[in-house]
Design a protein around this ligand. Structure first.
Ligand code: DON
Length: 319
């Protein structure tokens, strides 16, 4: 049985303060067994698998947390959301439809068959092929300008300066032949918009940016708040950009388990193999949970359960 089949119950919204709910969920999930660290990126296998942190930030900037708040993990695929948002901001929503595609592949996040089946079309910006294509579309005339654009965007979403986890970056750069192949295959279909090798390297580096639970929650809460960071009050992207970004998260944020996720939580979310998951309740809050042990689909076991329990308690499924 999958996690959602085990947990789905009738939604009963409760009115307790957020902190009480988070503390209770933290205790309930803290020692939950199951899953294992990603190891196809060698450095990720070495991450402390007991790290478990929860953070929820409301659109008013109120912060609720539990657990390990200082530990950082690499953002991995959650980065795809913020690169996508920046490309939509720069080029408009239409360009993602035309140049990448927005349908879910229904296949694994690094599927090559997904590219072949659609001849490079409809590859979705939240799985590896579409994400590398999105990185290739980021404004900038060269590697440095594109990288600077990405880090500036992420820092604004987080409201603080983020740094690359160099061992993770080096580890993945040495083992990302599959992503390189994906980039070259897309290039062959005319669906890569910058040098494939450099685009893959920038993508690999963006995935290695380190975040703690609170930084990740700040990024999610900026989406919840229509593109304005609730902590710094800075406008990062437009409400229109947020709307289109959340739509893609709803269809493909948890890869081939995205349907189960949306069915259970009703919220757009995004996972990463570093162990983080974010979810966004528009107009209310952004939430982030970190727990490095993953299920078969590559989604954090504890983070899925924790967010599900919190959302169930606070709102029920808003759909
Ligand atoms: O490209 C990769 O494989 C990783 N940098 C990111 C993959 C990922 O996080 C998928 N997540 N569940």
């Amino acid at each position: 049985q999958s996690w959602s089949q085990q947990t789905m119950t009738v939604m009963e919204v409760d009115t307790r303060p957020y902190q009480e709910v988070i503390d209770e969920v933290y205790e309930k999930i803290k020692d939950m067994p199951g899953g294992k660290n990603a190891d196809y990126i060698p450095e990720l296998a070495l991450v402390d698998s007991t790290i478990f942190g929860i953070a929820l930030i409301t659109v008013d900037g109120d912060i609720y947390t539990a657990g390990d708040l200082d530990d950082r993990v690499s953002i991995q695929s959650i980065s795809k959301v913020f690169t996508l948002a920046q490309v939509i901001e720069e080029q408009g929503a239409r360009s993602i439809m035309d140049k990448i595609g927005v349908d879910a592949t229904g296949l694994k996040f690094n599927s090559i068959i997904a590219i072949e089946l659609k001849q490079g079309k409809e590859i979705n910006p939240l799985v590896n092929p579409g994400a590398i294509a999105a990185t290739s579309l980021i404004a900038g005339n060269n590697y440095e300008e594109k990288w600077k654009n990405i880090t500036t965007t992420y820092n604004k979403f987080a409201g603080t300066e983020l740094f690359v986890n160099e061992p993770v970056y080096k580890s993945e750069a040495a083992t990302n032949q599959r992503n390189q192949a994906i980039a070259y295959l897309l290039d062959a279909y005319g669906r890569m918009y910058y040098d494939p090798a450099e685009a893959t390297d920038i993508y690999t580096k963006q995935c290695a940016i380190n975040v703690n639970t609170k930084e990740l929650a700040a990024m999610a809460s900026t989406l919840a708040n229509g593109g304005i960071n609730p902590l710094t009050k800075e406008k990062v992207v437009s409400p229109e950009t947020v709307a289109f970004t959340l739509s893609v998260m709803a269809t493909a944020g948890l890869y081939d388990n995205s349907g189960q996720w949306l069915y259970a939580t009703g919220l757009p979310g995004k996972s990463g193999v570093g162990g983080g998951i974010i979810a966004v309740d528009p107009g209310k809050y952004g939430i982030a949970v970190i727990g490095p042990k993953l299920d078969e689909a590559g989604n954090s076991v504890k983070a899925q359960y924790a967010i599900y329990e919190i959302v169930k308690a606070l709102d029920g499924n808003p759909y």
